[in-house]
Unconditional design. Structure first.
Lengths: 316, 295
C-alpha cells in the first residue's frame, strides 16, 4: 500500500516534470504553446498566399460557388494563360528586371563608397552629415517627388530610366539610407589592421577599398543588392509616376501593368457581380507578378533572413 | 613632425569627402534642394503647365485651406492618425512575440524565419490591393466576430473604426513587421544567456523574466523598430477603393491631376504629413527615453 502511494507520487512528479519541466522552458506545455503560436502566426502570414494560389486555379463555376473555398473541383490553368496575355507578361517581366537591376547595381556601389567614407575616415562635419543622413530617412519621397517631377519634365526624361538612375548615382535612390547604414556597420565590424598593412605596402586608398575592404563584406553587398532589387521591383507608385505616364510608358513594370489591369476590370464591371468572374485571372496575374521575387527569395533566403543578424545593424 | 601630421590629417579629410562625395552632392541636389523647393511651393499657388511653373505667393493660404475648407483632407488625416496609433503598437507587439518564439530552441528555425520574413519581399501596392479587395487579408472569423459587431454598435466611431479596420487588414499590419522581427531577434541574441539561467535557478517564471530581463534589455531596439514601423506604414501606398484616399494618394491627386489646387497645395499637404511623422517619432522617443532614465 505504502509502496503504491510512493510510486504514485513519483509518477506524479515525473508527469509534472515532463509537462512543466525543471525551469518552465523545458516543459511539454511550454513547447506546445510555442509551436501552437508559431503555427497560428505562420498560417496568418501565408494565408493570403494560399488564397491567391487556390483562387488562381479556380474555374468560373468554382469562383461563383461560395461553398467551394479551398479545394477547387478541377484545377484550371486557363487563368494563367489569360493573365500572361493581359499583362504582356514576358515583355513586362524583362522591363521589370531592367528597371530593378540597373538602379540596384548603382545603389549598391555608391552605398558602399559612402559607407566606407563614413566608416574609415575622420573629417570635419562627419557627425552632422551622418545625423542628416539618418533624418533623410523620415522625409516622404512623395514630397520630394513633386519638385523632382518638374525637373525631370523639363529635362524631358520622364518615362526614361534616367529618372531612376540619376538619384541612385548620387546616393539618393530608393532606401539608400538603409543600405548605407547596413554597409557602414559591416565595414565597422571588419578589423582595420588588414587595411593598415596594405597601406604600409604602399597601396592607394582606392586600391585598399576595392581589393581589401570590399571582398570582406561580400555577403553584405549581396544582401544590399537583393533588397534593393526587390524593393525597386515592388515600387509601383514611383514607377507609375516616372515610368508610366501616358505616352511615355515604355518602361511600364509588372506591378504597373497589374494595377492597370485592375483598373480596366473595375471600369468594365464597376465592382459589380461580374467582378467575381475575373478573380481567378487577377489572382493568377498577382501571383505571376511576384513569382520572380518568390524564386529569388527562396533560393537566396539566407541573404535576406540572416542579413540583419549578421550586419549588426540593430546595434547602431 | 607637426607639419607631416597635419598633412596626413588633411589627406584623411580629403579621402573621406571623396568617398562620401557622390552621396553628399546627392543629398544637396536630390534631397535638400527639392525639400526647400517644396517648402517654397507650399506658400504659393503653383501650377505647372507645359514645362513652366507659375507661382503666386499666397502665404499660409494652402495650409488654411487644408484644415478649414478642404472637405476631404481633415477626414483622411484623422483616419490616418487613429489607425497608426493602433497599428504601430500592434505591429511592435506582434514582432516582439514572434522574435521571442523564434529565439526559443525550436525545430526548423530557419523555415519559420523564412515564412515570417516572406511578406517583406512581396508586399507591393497592387499585390496588397488585390488581396484586400478579395478579403484575403482578414480572417473572416475575426472580422465578423460578435466582438467587432458589439464594438461597432456601442463604441464611438473614432475608436470602433480603427479597431475594426485593424481586424480587416490584420494580416497586412502583421506583414509589415518582417524587418522588425529580425531586428528584435538580433537584439534578443545579444542578451546574456547566463542571466536567464540565473533567473531560472532563482525560480523566476517566464512572465517575470520577460518584464525584468528581456524587455529592459531590448529597449533600444523597441525605439528603432517604432521608428521603422511608423516610417514604413506611413510611406506605403495603402491601396484604397476608387474615390477614397489615403494622405499619400491625396497628395498625388492634388499635385499631378489637372484642375486641382496644384503643386503648391500638394507640397503643403506633404509638409503637414512630414511634420506629423516627426511629431509621432518625437513622442515615442520621449516616452521610451524617459522610462529608461527612471530605471
Amino acid at each position: 500500500m505504502q509502496n503504491l502511494s510512493k510510486s504514485l507520487t513519483k509518477a506524479k512528479h515525473q508527469i509534472k516534470k515532463v509537462l512543466f519541466g525543471m525551469n518552465y522552458y523545458k516543459g511539454l506545455i511550454f513547447k506546445i504553446v510555442v509551436y501552437a503560436l508559431l503555427i497560428i502566426f505562420g498560417f496568418l502570414y501565408i494565408y493570403p498566399l494560399l488564397f491567391m494560389l487556390v483562387t488562381s486555379l479556380k474555374g468560373p463555376e468554382d469562383l461563383v460557388d461560395t461553398s467551394i473555398k479551398w479545394i477547387p473541383r478541377e484545377l484550371v490553368f486557363a487563368n494563367f494563360t489569360t493573365a500572361i496575355q493581359e499583362l504582356s507578361y514576358w515583355k513586362a517581366l524583362f522591363k521589370s528586371v531592367i528597371v530593378a537591376l540597373v538602379p540596384s547595381v548603382i545603389n549598391t556601389v555608391v552605398g558602399a563608397l559612402c559607407a566606407y567614407g563614413f566608416s574609415r575616415f575622420r573629417f570635419p562635419g562627419k557627425k552632422i552629415l551622418f545625423a542628416i543622413m539618418l533624418v533623410t530617412f523620415i522625409i516622404p519621397k512623395q514630397l520630394i517627388n513633386i519638385p523632382q517631377y518638374t525637373w525631370y519634365y523639363r529635362l524631358d526624361i520622364v518615362g526614361s530610366l534616367f529618372t531612376y538612375i540619376l538619384p541612385a548615382t548620387f546616393g539618393q535612390g530608393l532606401y539608400s539610407t538603409i543600405y548605407i547604414l547596413v554597409l557602414y556597420s559591416m565595414f565597422n565590424l571588419i578589423p582595420i589592421q588588414l587595411e593598415e598593412s596594405a597601406k604600409m605596402d604602399g597601396a592607394s586608398t582606392l586600391t585598399i577599398f576595392v581589393k581589401v575592404a570590399l571582398p570582406l563584406i561580400i555577403p553584405g553587398i549581396i544582401t544590399v543588392f537583393l533588397f534593393s532589387f526587390v524593393w525597386y521591383w515592388n515600387d509601383a507608385a514611383t514607377a507609375a509616376l516616372y515610368l508610366a505616364q501616358p505616352g511615355k510608358d515604355y518602361w511600364a513594370t509588372l506591378p504597373v501593368m497589374l494595377e492597370r489591369y485592375q483598373n480596366t476590370i473595375f471600369s468594365i464591371t464597376h465592382g459589380g457581380v461580374g467582378a467575381v468572374l475575373y478573380q481567378g485571372i487577377r489572382m493568377a496575374g498577382t501571383l505571376l507578378s511576384i513569382l520572380p521575387l518568390l524564386i529569388i527569395y527562396f533560393s537566396l533566403q539566407r541573404y535576406f533572413v540572416e542579413s540583419v543578424e549578421r550586419t549588426g545593424i540593430a546595434g547602431e | 613632425m607637426q607639419k607631416i601630421r597635419l598633412k596626413r590629417k588633411q589627406r584623411e579629410w580629403l579621402n573621406g569627402y571623396l568617398f562620401i562625395g557622390l552621396w553628399l552632392i546627392g543629398l544637396l541636389v536630390f534631397t535638400i534642394f527639392p525639400l526647400m523647393q517644396a517648402i517654397f511651393y507650399s506658400f504659393n499657388h503653383a501650377t505647372f503647365y507645359a514645362g513652366d511653373i507659375k507661382l503666386e505667393w499666397i502665404w499660409f493660404d494652402n495650409f488654411r485651406y487644408a484644415f478649414f475648407e478642404d472637405t476631404i483632407f481633415p477626414v483622411i488625416l484623422v483616419n490616418y492618425l487613429s489607425e497608426i496609433i493602433i497599428d504601430v503598437p500592434f505591429a511592435i507587439t506582434a514582432a516582439l512575440l514572434l522574435a521571442m518564439l523564434l529565439n526559443q530552441k525550436i525545430k526548423l528555425r530557419s523555415f519559420w524565419r523564412v515564412i515570417f520574413f516572406l511578406p517583406v519581399v512581396i508586399s507591393t501596392g497592387p499585390v496588397i490591393s488585390e488581396l484586400m479587395g478579395q478579403g484575403a487579408t482578414s480572417i473572416p472569423m475575426l472580422a465578423n466576430s460578435s466582438f467587432v459587431r458589439f464594438m461597432n454598435e456601442y463604441l464611438p466611431t473614432f475608436i470602433a473604426r480603427p479597431v475594426s479596420l485593424l481586424f480587416e487588414k490584420l494580416i497586412i499590419v502583421l506583414w509589415f513587421s518582417g524587418i522588425q522581427i529580425l531586428i528584435f531577434l538580433a537584439g534578443l541574441q545579444r542578451l546574456d544567456k547566463a542571466i536567464y539561467e540565473a533567473a531560472a535557478i532563482d525560480g523566476a517564471s517566464p512572465w517575470q523574466t520577460f518584464w525584468k530581463i528581456t524587455l529592459p534589455g531590448i529597449k533600444p531596439f523597441i525605439l528603432l523598430n517604432v521608428v521603422y514601423t511608423i516610417v514604413s506604414l506611413s510611406f506605403f501606398d495603402m491601396p484604397t477603393n476608387p474615390g477614397e484616399y489615403t494622405i499619400l494618394s491625396y497628395i498625388r491627386a492634388q499635385s499631378f491631376e489637372m484642375g486641382r489646387r496644384g503643386y503648391g497645395y500638394g507640397c503643403a499637404l506633404g509638409i503637414i504629413y512630414l511634420l506629423l511623422i516627426f511629431l509621432q517619432i518625437g513622442i515615442y522617443f520621449l516616452f521610451l527615453k524617459e522610462r529608461k532614465s527612471r530605471r
